[in-house]
Structure formats: structure tokens, C-alpha cells
Design a protein around this ligand. Structure first.
Ligand code: G4P
Ligand code: MG
Length: 177
């Protein structure tokens, strides 16, 4: 991954508005979101402005362990919906995260959540990176993405130390291939 790309809050808001339109056009009326934190929290909150459905939350942490010749990726639960609230039983649930990267975190979360008694599950991501994926999306899950990007490192405004500098870098966006 050689290139980096910066996005402003405004660009993200616009992308999520379009993402919401795709979700609404799918015909499935989602009852609630489950945001995967931390990256999925702000996208889920913006999405709520368009979908008007409640946000539930889980948080995971991703570890990439390089041990000699082997790389082991592991995802751990920081916080989970355990037990799953009764209010989600039999409902159409939309899982929200900021980026579809390796899919390791997404696979972990979706497989865990598939064991619950939902009517259906969808997944919505702000950014979909075009790359070889290590994880797989379980079948029968609707997939929605806001923006498609190459395999570049995405700098999000919520990670910025200096938001003014961040926005200046976002203004010099390269042409996407
Ligand atoms: P995926 O299943 O959604 O594809 O995610 P993956 O496990 O590949 O991602 C591992 C971690 O790396 C995640 O953070 C993800 O948000 C982060 N990540 C992947 N690509 C990018 C990128 O281009 N930019 C940024 N800023 N982060 C990226 P996490 O462990 O969930 O932490 P958090 O930051 O969401 O709390
Ligand atoms: Mg994340």
C-alpha cells in the first residue's frame, strides 16, 4: 500500500447520504444498526440522520501478530451485546463499519452476529477497498458501500491531530484510478 488519502467530515457526510440512499433503495427496511467501534461509530451516527433507526454498539480490537514467518490476525471483543437485547430479536439489522479492508474484523463480527435470531442482516461500510480479502462475508448478508477506493491508507478526520492540516491534505486528493 503506497498511497494515502484524506477525507473531510463534509465528504464523509455526503458519502453517507448516498450510502443511505442505496440502503433505502434495497427495499429492506432495517430496524436498527449495530455499529462496530471505534471506526463505525461516527458513520453510524451520520447514517442515523437519514435512516432514523436506533444504533446499538459493539467494539473490537484487531491485532496483527508477526511472529517469524507467520502472520496471525486476531480480533478480540472489547465490548459486545451480550446478551443480545430482546428488542433486536426477529429484526432486520444493519451492521455498520467505516472500512471494508481485509474483512477480518467484518467476518468475525458477522459470523458472531449470525448466531442471533435476526430476521436478516446487512452490512454497510463507508469505504470499500478494492483488494484481495483475507476474510469472507458470510452468505445471505446484503452489502452496501459508500465509496470505493484502491488499496490506499485512508486518513479519517476523527483520527486527526490537526484537523486544519488534515482538511488541507484532503483538498489535494489524487485522481482515483
Ligand atoms: P475489515 O474487517 O473491516 O476489513 O477491517 P480489518 O480487520 O481489515 O481492519 C483492521 C483495523 O484496521 C480496523 O481497525 C480498521 O478500521 C483499520 N483500517 C483498515 N484500513 C484502514 C484505513 O485505510 N484507514 C484507517 N484509518 N484504518 C483502517 P479497528 O481495529 O477496528 O480499530 P478502530 O480504529 O475501528 O477502533
Ligand atoms: Mg474499525
Amino acid at each position: 500500500m503506497s498511497e494515502k488519502i484524506w477525507y473531510t467530515y463534509d465528504e464523509i457526510h455526503q458519502a453517507i447520504r448516498q450510502l443511505a440512499q442505496k440502503i433505502q433503495a434495497s427495499g429492506t427496511r432495517y430496524d436498527a444498526m449495530i455499529a462496530i467501534g471505534g471506526g463505525g461509530f461516527i458513520p453510524a451516527r451520520i447514517l442515523r440522520s437519514f435512516l432514523n433507526i436506533p444504533i446499538y454498539a459493539i467494539t473490537t480490537a484487531y491485532y496483527c501478530n508477526d511472529q517469524g514467518h507467520t502472520t496471525r490476525d486476531s480480533v478480540q471483543k472489547v465490548q459486545w451485546l451480550d446478551p443480545m437485547p430482546e428488542s433486536l430479536k426477529g429484526k432486520h439489522v444493519l451492521v455498520v463499519d467505516e472500512v471494508d479492508d481485509s474483512r477480518v474484523t467484518l467476518q468475525f463480527c458477522l459470523e458472531q452476529l449470525q448466531q442471533e435470531d435476526f430476521a436478516s442482516m446487512g452490512v454497510a461500510v463507508l469505504h470499500e477497498k478494492i483488494k484481495a480479502k483475507k476474510g469472507i462475508l458470510p452468505p445471505d448478508i446484503a452489502y452496501f458501500s459508500g465509496l470505493v477506493t484502491p488499496d490506499w491508507w485512508i486518513n479519517y478526520p476523527w483520527d486527526a491531530d490537526d484537523i486544519t492540516e488534515h482538511n488541507a491534505l484532503a483538498a489535494q486528493k489524487p485522481q482515483l484510478p
